[in-house]
Design a protein around this ligand. Structure first.
Ligand SMILES: [Zn+2]
Length: 550
């Protein structure tokens, strides 16, 4: 209760209009007077023993059928858009629904197994084993990890609590069930347990100071940053299936670049719950990167994609091999998903192609603009044909065509020629190349929303995305909280019916976790099989090599 009173004095109001993906750093807290970092008292999570949090998920279908009879069934509208008006918020997101999600579905064991980086903390443990599992990892990776909670003790009154840390899976589970946070952020692994940060912050001995020393390399890509090139009618937090394809493109380019250019093997992708994606690069080499190293990797992927007529961009010929590879990935997607009317229609109407042609370097390309504008007004060529035609005209202009055009282009300045040559590439990239929120990537000590959380505005779970099948990912199919509760109820009702009719015995395999009874099964299983198991395998190999060397 004392802790509650202190927290009340240190409230951080988070504006509803604020970016949901906003993360806070120490600097944010210090620089911005409206944000106040909770002190160490806030971070001590002292729970009353006589009032324990709800039990973790029941073990099997039979037990859960019994348990499900006590919580209320949550009947709500069957579908919700990815961005939901605030007046519908109560139906898709509420403390009660969130509490149900944390107590029955949140995959604490997956999160703990991942963030421990210790193959001995197997993700395949039984749900009832959570109490006995402690992380004895020699590096204290889990126990020194910062978690932060955004809690809402009363409607509209948010408190942001930093520097939470937990020694065990059970401690984390207990704290989350008790606090029922609207949002969980994950920060760095520190030199000391973050809950003790005050005891070490003022230390005179440099080696004893509280400081971050490890952190996944993270990337945040948000459709808001594509507003200047989204012609689907969406802007800000709104998304649709047409503009979501830009996220598919971003994931493809980033995932391949991280793996091929930097040799990273363990890259986990997640839906942010509303309008973007997050990447967590978890290789040891990535986690050990300094802030300078992070900036260098992020800068490698960053591209100046100005949309003004001056076409100021970073592209030069010949293209850097990574840009060449990105172009080969992105141009076919640009032709399919950006150019046509069903996409962003940038060559589908006279006003659209006039706007696009006006971005050509002028006055050098004025003859091309005049010729094509005249031609396209009177023909019925498709956007795809127009794009090919435009590229052909530009090639001729810079002397890539006949001898005659070569002769004509000799009078053109080299700089102008290059600007025309890269214009098609720059145009494809302007619509399709990943737009990173680079500040998220640059610092070890930057918090990012925890995977598996629920976005309060949409009620949707931040589910893992398989980068190999990113085109199949549909943000509108990601389950919402009420949908998940319905799925649990339906599963358990079916079990009761089967048991009543004597068919229960024939059930092939009983689910180990409650989430296996819902549509979270596929994305969570995929995370486990495609990301977590290979990560643990590599960690085991690294441990074996180290012990052999000793
Ligand atoms: Zn859209």
């Amino acid at each position: 209760m004392v802790a509650e009173a202190i927290q009340t004095k240190k409230r951080i109001r988070i504006d509803d209009d604020d970016d949901d993906e906003k993360t806070f750093t120490n600097d944010d807290v210090e620089m911005n007077p409206t944000l106040v970092a909770p002190d160490s008292d806030d971070c001590e999570m002292e729970f009353e023993e006589e009032n324990p949090p709800p039990s973790p998920s029941p073990r099997n279908a039979n037990e859960s059928a019994i348990v499900s009879s006590s919580p209320a069934k949550f009947l709500t509208k069957p579908t919700t858009p990815a961005s939901t008006p605030s007046n519908a918020m109560e139906e898709i997101f509420s403390p009660e629904l969130l509490g149900q999600y944390y107590s029955r579905l949140f995959p604490f064991h997956l999160l703990h197994s991942w963030l421990s980086y210790d193959p001995s903390t197997s993700s395949t443990q039984q749900p009832n084993e959570t109490k006995t599992i402690t992380n004895k990892n020699k590096n204290n990776t889990f126990s020194h990890r910062e978690f932060s909670f955004t809690i809402e003790p009363s409607p509209g009154d948010e408190i942001y609590i930093r520097y939470q840390s937990f020694t065990t899976l059970q401690e984390l589970t207990t704290a989350v069930l008790k606090r029922n946070p609207r949002k969980i952020d994950i920060g760095a692994v520190f030199s000391h347990p973050p809950k003790d940060h005050h005891a070490h912050q003022s230390s005179q001995n440099d080696w004893r100071k509280f400081r971050p020393h490890q952190r996944e390399l993270v990337f945040d890509i948000d459709l808001t940053d594509y507003d200047g090139v989204r012609n689907c009618g969406c802007s800000g937090a709104n998304i649709c299936k047409v503009c979501w394809k830009m996220m598919d493109m971003a994931v493809k380019v980033m995932d391949l670049g991280l793996r091929e250019d930097f040799g990273f093997r363990h890259v986990a992708w997640f839906y942010s719950g509303r309008r973007g994606v997050h990447a967590w690069v978890c290789d040891e080499g990535a986690r050990d990167l300094s802030d300078e190293g992070r900036s260098a990797v992020a800068n490698y992927f960053e591209m100046n994609l100005e949309t003004d007529k001056k076409q100021t961009h970073d592209l030069q010929t010949p293209l850097h091999p990574s840009f060449q590879r990105a172009y080969h990935i992105l141009e076919p997607l640009f032709l399919r998903d950006i150019l046509p009317e069903s996409g962003h229609g940038i060559l589908a109407t006279p006003s659209a192609w006039t706007a696009l042609l006006s971005t050509l370097p002028m006055p050098t390309a004025s003859s091309v603009v005049e010729s094509l504008t005249r031609k396209w007004e009177s023909d019925d060529s498709t956007p795809l044909e127009k794009w090919d035609e435009l590229k052909r005209y530009l090639d001729v202009l810079i002397g890539k065509g006949s001898k005659k055009s070569k002769k004509q282009s000799k009078t053109m300045e080299l700089g102008e020629k290059q600007r025309i040559e890269v214009w098609p590439v720059a145009t494809v990239f302007r619509y399709t190349y990943p737009r990173l929120d680079i500040n998220v990537s640059r610092q070890q000590n930057h918090l990012l929303k925890s995977p598996f959380c629920v976005h309060p505005k949409t009620g949707r779970v931040c589910v893992p995305i398989n980068p190999q099948k990113v085109e199949e990912f549909d943000p509108f199919s990601v389950p919402t909280l009420p949908q998940l509760m319905r799925e649990l109820d339906e599963y358990n009702d079916d079990c009761i019916q089967e048991k009543g009719s004597g068919g229960g015995e024939e059930q092939e395999e009983k689910p180990q976790w409650e989430w296996e009874k819902t549509s979270l099964r596929e994305p969570f299983k995929c995370f486990e099989e495609q990301f977590l198991l290979p990560l643990c395998k590599d960690l085991r190999t690294a441990d074996r090599v180290k012990s052999e060397d000793c």
